[in-house]
Design a protein around this ligand. Sequence first.
Ligand SMILES: *Cc1c(COP(=O)(O)O)cnc(C)c1O
Length: 408
Amino acid sequence: MIRANENYQKLKASYLFSDIARRVDQFQKKNPDTRVIRLGIGDVTRALPPAVIDAFHRGVDDMANDVTFRGYGPEQGYAFLRDKIAAHDYQARGAEVSADEIFVSDGAKCDTGNFQELFASDIRIAIPDPVYPVYLDTNVMAGRTGELVDGRYENIVYLDCVKENRFLPQLPKTPVDLIYLCFPNNPTGTCATKQDLAQWVEYARENQALILYDAAYEAFIRNPSLPRSIYEIKGAREVAVEFRSFSKTAGFTGTRCGFTVVPRDCSIFLSNGDAVSLHGLWNRRQSTKFNGVSYPVQRAAEAVYSPEGQAQISELTAGYLDNADIIGKTMANLGFDYVGGDNSPYIWVDGQGRDSWEFFDLLLQNAGVVCTPGGGFGRCGNPYIRISAFNSRDNVVDAMERLKEALK
Ligand SMILES: *Cc1c(COP(=O)(O)O)cnc(C)c1O
């Protein structure tokens, strides 16, 4: 008889997206003539840019010829891609990151989920609430939490992100070893300033803690004073790992490519106090359990950094940002408080006392518009909904016209 990993039994059954689907189904059956508009999903809707597609095709053609064919590639990613990431995303912005500190992967979900493997099982972890669920659930699976009590796992330090702190996590009152941060944030759409991040870097340096920084939405930042990378903050190289993805940046959600930066200056510690290189550990983990991203996909990702690719992804993200602006303005005109929507594709709307499912139902029943109830991202998400800008302009405009009618 094989015993199960019972940590999986602790996981809160994630009914969020199936609950949404069920309610939408029921609505559609009752209202067969209404075209439901989905502003709930965190997936992009526009095609890969032409420069990316051209490079993708050329990559496939390389595989058709014995001379240019590639078999197993480096587990860390091809140099042609890592060099461009280091030069463009970091060195050009004054952040000291070298190509050999970059690990190309099949996306930020896997990396943010897998990274916790490198840490002891009794470390103290701080996680924002509301949050992208991967950080929390992967630590539950690994046995780092206790049971779920009143919607919260024991042994996790939750960082409440509420109106009073502008939805920004505040330094924990009890000491922690590992901190998950995500900016621009999913689900709230908020951004951290350099001062906000500097405070976390200082905390981590003083407490020998480590920051896992998810910058999946970095490409939506337009305000030049906002940091795009945590390595724009002095001292971060010793205390932060950064996750990035081509998913939201360039439409790679179905194509799969991202990367993680593990600076050579980061150390974690053995029980005897000896330091071990985090870079070395992640390299060992990846070369043991991962065999690299497919060659044509890495060629496609490389094309994001060409001048045409840069212009095209800037237009792509600008289209979503314009949607976000339309959504934000509509909600404000209807008298709702919200954050996000600039430098971010998500709008986080205050339900003004409504439970987040009640607010969700109001939009669905009265307007045929689907959003995401904030409670699905954590206890602090409850009076809010997340509206996503990932849709066509026409659908966003239609949805807002309906909300103006339904909520006036
Ligand atoms: C979409 C998203 C990612 C990207 O995941 P991929 O696996 O690269 O597609 C990472 N973090 C957050 C918070 C996200 O919303």
